[in-house]
Design a protein around this ligand. Structure first.
Ligand SMILES: Cc1ncc(COP(=O)(O)O)c(C=O)c1O
Length: 388
């Protein structure tokens, strides 16, 4: 008996696999410094946990509306406007069990077999596989470190074909930390404005900006754009699984249909917890963002001092994406990552999964002491690896 061709085509998420491996070693008592985490290290804010507990005590533990409880949609729409300056109606918003699910529902709703989806590389590991899961064909447009990992709009224009159905933008970017400035978004919108092409703008890191200015892509091409946001990163609520999509009613209603036939609704208790955080945790967002900025400065300055490493300073999110090809001597960053974990007890994520061999991704969602210790181990490990 064969499994489906669709599932045979896709790979497990490399980031989740490696992070789970490091967590298991830490649980066994090993002294691992993990730069693997795709999640903030801060605890979930108090208001969220409190509201979650209250909802359990009050028995708010049954099915909810498919697209989320009205209180949460209202709070999400309001907070999205506060942060990003774009106003949506509640009917233009869906709450999903994590942003990842919202992205999948969007792709399922707009992509037909053989349709092309443009993805900027380096990319978040899940986009190409999700596109394949819905029968689409990923088409990559490369961004380069010498341009700060920002796309050249001409490269996007050149990649469009009659089969292009959609483009995925992700700024601030996982894995590079690049942030597209408003003038770049404006140029991209200009290219797409008269085309039958949907835009998925994944702005899940949109509140984590350290330099320059970030504006939602919806400001530039609202009628074709679905924006993704969520509780995981901004509010340190990865395990609660609450994400949002904002966009034209026609697409949001289609996504709701998919959600209704798959997960039914996001977890009730998590939804109440999210209302608590959105209503009462502005200070949490400010303090954690400024903490991340300090760590960004630290990790960048430490990496920049290592001879042979080339590094772009991230402007947002909590990742840095140095190039380490000088140390590879024909080997892969997958081999380097295994070596660093085995020999130096430090986890970095290899670039291959992000479409960027020669690079490694480091998350700086860990304390300054751990960052210093981890970079010391990486520096030692790189020398040993290249002398093997
Ligand atoms: C770019 C990007 N989009 C979406 C997600 C998914 O977030 P969620 O935890 O809400 O599913 C992640 C998580 O790592 C991400 O990095």
């Amino acid at each position: 008996m064969e499994l489906s061709y669709r599932v045979r085509e896709i790979k497990p998420s490399p980031t989740l696999t490696l992070d789970a491996k490091a967590k298991a070693l830490i649980e066994k008592g090993e002294d691992i410094v993990s730069f693997g985490a795709g999640e903030p290290d801060f605890p979930t804010p108090k208001s969220a946990s409190e509201e979650g507990k209250i909802s359990i005590d009050k028995g708010k533990t049954k099915y909810t509306a498919v697209d989320g409880i009205p209180e949460l949609k209202k709070a999400a729409v309001r907070k999205f406007k506060d942060f990003f300056g774009v106003e949506y109606k509640e009917s233009e918003c869906i709450v999903s069990p994590g942003a990842k699910m919202a992205i999948y529902e969007f792709l399922f709703s707009v992509v037909d077999d053989g349709d092309e989806v443009i993805i900027l590389s380096p990319y978040w590991v899940s986009y190409p596989d999700m596109v394949k899961m819905v029968g689409g064909v990923p088409r990559f447009v490369e961004t380069k470190p010498e341009n700060g990992f920002k796309p050249n709009p001409k490269d996007i224009a050149d990649a469009l074909t009659p089969r292009t159905k959609c483009i995925i933008l992700n700024f601030p970017c996982n894995p590079t930390g690049a942030v597209a400035q408003p003038d770049l978004f404006e140029e991209i919108a200009e290219i797409l404005k008269n085309k039958d092409i949907f835009v998925l703008s994944d702005e899940i890191y949109g509140t984590m900006i350290y330099d320059g200015k970030f504006e939602s892509f919806a400001k530039f091409l609202r009628e074709k754009t679905v924006v993704i946001w969520g509780m995981s990163k901004t509010y340190s609520m990865t395990g609660w699984r609450i994400g949002f999509a904002f966009g034209p009613e026609k697409i949001i209603s289609a996504m709701k249909k998919v959600q209704g036939q798959t997960t039914s609704n996001p977890t009730s208790v998590s939804q109440y917890a999210a209302v608590g955080a959105l209503q009462r945790e502005d200070e949490f967002v400010k303090t954690t963002t400024s903490e991340f900025k300090k760590r960004r400065d630290l990790i960048y300055s430490l990496l920049a001092k290592i001879e042979g490493i080339k590094c772009v300073k991230p402007e947002g999110a909590f990742y840095i994406f140095p190039e380490v090809s000088a140390f590879l001597k024909g080997q892969t960053t997958e081999a380097l990552s295994d070596f660093l974990l085995d020999k130096k007890k430090v986890l970095v994520i290899p670039g291959e999964g992000f479409g960027a061999p020669g690079f490694i991704r480091l998350s700086f969602a860990l304390s300054e002491e751990k960052i210093k210790e981890g970079i010391r181990r990486i520096q030692d490990g790189l020398q040993e690896f290249s002398n093997k």
